[in-house]
Design a protein around this ligand. Structure first.
Ligand SMILES: Nc1ncnc2c1ncn2[C@@H]1O[C@H](COP(=O)(O)OP(=O)(O)OP(=O)(O)O)[C@@H](O)[C@H]1O
Length: 599
């Protein structure tokens, strides 16, 4: 899923989508914000024309004209103030509402993409980071958009007033073109750079978290690497700052040059009208409207700059994420089978992580028979967890296919397939909820079902853990919460394991080193639980896949798969593999001898 395959959508489509989202967030407020922000342009510009009227009246000495012009001036000033106040309030209230709406939308989109593949691609991560950082500012887009329309209206009306003095004064607009072009280019350059240097920012944040969190704190203190981490953070920030600051200096210099071109033209036209026999009213009009022209061009440029950086870029990324989310949700019209008949088959499956060349699984062919407990063993980095991830449809194979009975897993939607999986993983989540919910979330529809949670606690042999907590299943987990209890690493893993056991009848139970943080005695007890659970599932022909480094556990499996260097090198029962005298027998021997020596 390279981001190049998903180029950013066009700005105009992004604009249309952003406006529709704004309308959905609050139609009434967006309408008021639009009308007042754009409407404020009218009295603002007319003030210059009425000033010229007043000058004319003063020069000709007509008292009625003077009074009329003065009243008009006052009314326009009051109207301009009123519209500005209402527009500010309406925009602020609307932005608050839209911010909540947009953030929720972005979170929903990002967490809704079923695979993990996009998280591995730096280009995606940079794009997503920019969108996350700008998710709340996206809500300010509307204000900038309305202000940009208002600024354009001011610009147009002011030009009309100037051309009423002399049509040639319309050429002043041409001198503003360089500023508009520079502003447009500037936003794009800065945003592209922000995206390109996103990895420096991530690195700096990573070092910051390493240096400030309690868990890595122990290791950093013992290894005395705190200074190194601090320096790493400073270097990462400096690298980002250097690149950004160089680009900003360059773009600012171009902007100043472009503004100087316009300033020169305005001064020239003022001299031309004053010296060319223009009336006092015309000179006043040119002065007030012309000086405002510079201000309006500045405003238009600022709005365009913000629109370019936040709205156009943020909005385009939002639309890109929506399309990515839709595309990844679209696959999989075939439902998973109700019951497994023959099992799961991998046919010549190869896979390498995005952005790397090395295959982590190389032409793997394997059958996991329905009803069996299958164990996967192998050295660190052999590809065991990757196999589990492919079976959970976190990634799609680069080549080959996975069949569930005879149906390709690729034809099933990730959502539907995962609803039939259960799992406990080495890198488990610590869900800091009350214990009952932290376990119950393993089966969302039954998250609050006390009986189901009780069964999961039994299956994970976590009863002692529950009884040891003051408020049992009602205990809030995590010591940063009021009356929250902190658990040990092994206890957290037991909670994760119980969560994995919440579903009663999964098609596939994935256990990827689910007991790595537990002591040997607990692991032994758990293994008996595995066996019992597997027996209970067998009549429904479900598969249990266990990844483990502990051969005392592995030997009890019906079928053992040995992985080495991205391939399967041996498979069979414990007895068959021992008799073979190959890699499994060697590894088993080493562990058994070590265990005997320890004892
Ligand atoms: N997200 C990733 N991006 C790139 N490479 C990865 C990623 N995850 C794993 N790898 C690489 O894939 C290879 C296989 O990793 P995997 O986690 O499947 O091994 P494993 O057999 O489960 O190892 P262990 O026993 O240590 O858990 C490793 O060399 C690892 O560096």
């Amino acid at each position: 899923m390279p981001t190049d395959d998903h180029p950013l959508p066009s700005s105009w489509r992004a604009l249309a989508r952003t406006l529709r989202l704004g309308w959905a967030a609050s139609p009434g407020l967006i309408a008021v914000a639009f009308a007042t922000t754009v409407g404020a342009a009218l009295p603002d510009v007319l003030i210059a024309a009425v000033l010229a009227m007043l000058t004319e009246a003063v020069v000709s000495g007509g008292p009625v004209d003077m009074v009329t012009a003065s009243v008009l001036l006052g009314a326009l000033a009051a109207l301009s103030w009123l519209l500005r106040v209402v527009s500010e309030r309406a925009n602020r209230r609307f932005a608050d509402r839209a911010a909540v709406f947009m953030e929720a939308h972005v979170v929903r989109l990002q967490s809704g993409i079923p695979s993990l593949e996009h998280h591995e691609r730096p280009a995606y991560v940079n794009r997503a980071q920019l969108l996350r950082d700008h998710a709340d500012t996206l809500s300010e887009v509307y204000q900038y958009l309305f202000q940009a329309i208002g600024a354009l209206l001011r610009l147009g009306l002011t030009m009309a007033l100037l051309m009423a003095i002399h049509p040639l004064l319309g050429l002043l607009c041409l001198f503003a073109v360089p500023t508009a072009l520079v502003s447009h280019w500037r936003g794009g350059v800065e945003h592209a750079l922000e995206e390109r240097t996103g990895h420096h920012e991530r690195l700096a944040r990573h070092f910051f978290l390493l240096g400030t969190r309690a868990s890595p704190g122990r290791e950093l203190r013992v290894s005395r690497t705190r200074e190194r981490v601090r320096a790493g953070r400073s270097q990462a920030w400096a690298a980002r700052h250097r690149a950004m600051s160089r680009a900003r200096w360059t773009t600012t210099a171009w902007r100043a040059a472009a503004l100087a071109v316009f300033g020169g033209a305005f001064m020239g036209s003022l001299a031309w009208v004053a010296l060319g026999g223009g009336s006092a009213a015309e000179v006043v009009l040119l002065l007030s409207a012309g000086s405002r022209l510079a201000q309006y061009i500045g405003q238009t440029l600022n709005q365009v700059h913000f629109l370019r950086t936040i709205w156009l870029e943020g909005g385009r990324r939002l639309l890109w994420l929506e399309e990515l989310s839709r595309a990844s949700a679209a696959s999989g019209p075939v439902p998973p089978p109700e019951r497994m008949r023959s099992g799961i088959t991998l046919e010549g499956v190869s896979f390498g992580y995005p952005g790397t060349d090395r295959p982590v699984l190389d032409e793997v062919t394997l059958h996991l028979p329905a009803g069996a407990v299958v164990a996967v063993v192998g050295e660190n980095g052999a590809g065991k967890s990757t196999l589990v991830k492919l079976l959970a449809k976190m990634y799609e194979p680069d080549s080959g296919r996975i069949l569930v009975d005879d149906v390709p897993l690729a034809d099933m939607s990730a959502e539907a397939w995962r609803a039939r999986l259960s799992g406990a993983f080495q890198d488990f989540a610590r869900l800091e909820y009350p214990l009952r919910l932290s376990i119950g979330l393993g089966d969302l529809p039954r998250a609050e079902d006390g009986e189901a949670v009780g069964r999961a606690v039994e299956r994970a042999d976590a009863r002692t853990l529950v009884e040891g907590l003051d408020r049992g299943l009602d205990t809030q987990l995590g010591n940063t919460w009021a009356q929250g209890a902190e658990l040990s690493e092994g206890q957290w893993q037991k909670v994760a394991l119980a969560r994995g056991y919440m579903r009663d009848h999964p098609l596939l139970l994935l256990l990827d080193e689910p007991a790595s943080a537990l002591d040997a005695e607990t692991e032994h007890l758990l293994f008996e639980q595995y066996a019992e659970r597997a027996r209970a599932l067998r009549d429904r022909d479900h598969i249990t896949l266990l990844v483990s480094h502990r051969f005392s556990t592995v030997r009890m499996a019906d079928h053992i798969v040995v992985m080495d260097g991205a391939r399967i090198c041996e498979q069979g029962t414990h007895a068959e593999l021992m008799e073979l005298g190959g890699r499994y027998a060697e590894l088993y021997g080493i562990q058994a001898r070590a265990y005997r020596v320890e004892r």
